[in-house]
Design a protein around this ligand. Structure first.
Ligand SMILES: Cc1ncc(COP(=O)(O)O)c(C=O)c1O
Length: 390
């Protein structure tokens, strides 16, 4: 990265060198098909099983067999929405929220377009499901499937998933959470929670891209998303992406060992970044300031400015941030998350997500703080019609 400053860890993370080392033999020495009955295949099968144990350990699953490897959280989320419902009563409702990641919003909208029943919850000012709306939806739906993310990728807001799952399970609902942003940042033990399904992604935790998992609690039925092979106990057909699986397992092991120390250090830097931006940049507003948030994420709006302009000026200085979620940058659409939170229009377009990670240093934060206030001033000069005190 040279002298650049990367503050976009919620988008993706660099692969840990130890993860690369763990993967290497599976490209050029141990390349057998794990389904082959011979000893060479068995060696690889055992390595895949070990990776499954490492993933299960990070999330505190009861059994490694509850982990199905997928191509990433997008596939895991699609599997839940498209294939859990196919095992249920046709009248089953999906209950979800308008602040979910596109990987849930997309399949939910597709389901709705095909005539399926989707209940979109009301959310509070932090984007978390409104509890009355949640209880109301539970009372009205028949054995619904609920899908709510644990931590929001744009704002870092942590939803009260254990509490919501508790209420849901009393009503016979099936509960899925997209735990992509929570995993590896804060600890949890899935076996102690009434959650049946959970999505994970490798590249958000210093592992490879194109690999993830779906946790399926023992006894929960999910139809396979991909059919045509017996892999993953016939729950996800296709020859396994072995090197990526091995890397994902190693990344989980590393995350489990460094999570507490990382969270403390990163949280301190994130708080410094927020404090310094809020005092040095005119018109800066922290989104979801009073919510429980991930230790690494800040979403800051710059009053009446254009986030894309700020992003490109930071980019010129080799400082890499994001506006809204990465999937939406490039389009000038305001963030669907901030819109659902009811954020005022003057704060909608000028929002920047800063997300810190393992490699973030105090120097990185200081460098951002040195360049951001003049960039904000410059943006205001370029938009002179804007009255910042209004
Ligand atoms: C909350 C959340 N869910 C799902 C995804 C998609 O994950 P993947 O890239 O593994 O498909 C992301 C990635 O941006 C995410 O942040």
């Amino acid at each position: 990265m040279g002298s650049s400053v990367y503050l976009d860890y919620n988008s993706t993370t660099p692969i840990d060198p130890e993860v690369i080392d763990a993967m290497m033999p599976f490209w050029h020495e141990k390349w057998a098909n794990p389904s082959s009955a011979h000893g060479f295949g068995n060696q690889v099968r055992r390595a895949v099983d070990r990776a499954r144990e490492q993933v299960a350990a990070l999330i505190g699953a009861e059994e490694p067999s509850e982990i199905i490897f997928t191509s990433g959280a997008t596939e895991s989320n699609n599997t839940v929405v498209q294939d859990t419902l196919s095992y249920s009563d046709k009248s089953t409702t999906l209950i979800t929220s308008p602040t979910e990641h596109a990987a849930i919003m997309g399949p939910a909208q597709q389901l709705e377009n095909k005539g399926g029943s989707v209940h979109w919850l009301a959310v509070d000012k932090n984007g978390s499901p409104d509890l009355n709306s949640f209880d109301d939806a539970l009372n009205r739906a028949n054995n619904p499937l609920i899908s709510l993310m644990w931590a929001n990728n744009e704002t870092g807001v942590i939803n009260p998933i254990p509490k919501l799952a508790e209420r849901a399970v009393e009503k016979g609902a099936l509960f899925h959470t997209d735990a992509v942003q929570m995993t590896g940042k804060l600890p949890f033990r899935i076996k102690d929670l009434p959650i049946q399904l959970l999505s994970l992604s490798g590249h958000k935790i210093y592992g490879p891209k194109g690999i993830g998992a779906l946790y399926v609690r023992r006894g929960t039925r999910v139809a396979p998303h991909l059919v045509g092979g017996h892999q993953e106990r016939a729950r996800r057909a296709g020859t396994e992406n072995v090197p990526a699986i091995i890397g994902f397992g190693k990344a989980c092991e590393l995350a489990a060992s460094s999570m507490d120390a990382d969270a403390t250090r990163i949280n301190r830097l994130r708080d410094q970044l927020e404090h310094d931006i809020l005092i040095s940049c005119k018109g800066a507003v922290l989104q979801a300031a009073d919510a429980e948030r991930l230790p690494n994420t800040s979403n800051i709006s710059f009053d009446r400015l254009d986030g894309e302009a700020i992003l490109f000026m930071l980019d010129d200085q080799q400082i890499y941030v994001s506006t809204g979620s990465a999937c939406e940058s490039g389009s000038l659409e305001a963030s669907h998350v901030l819109k659902a939170m009811g954020v005022e229009s003057r704060h909608l377009n000028g929002s920047i997500r800063f997300s810190l990670g393992k490699q973030t240093t105090e120097d990185d934060v200081n460098r951002l703080i040195a360049v951001l206030p003049p960039i904000i001033d410059r943006c205001r000069e370029l938009a002179p019609h804007i009255d910042t005190d209004a």
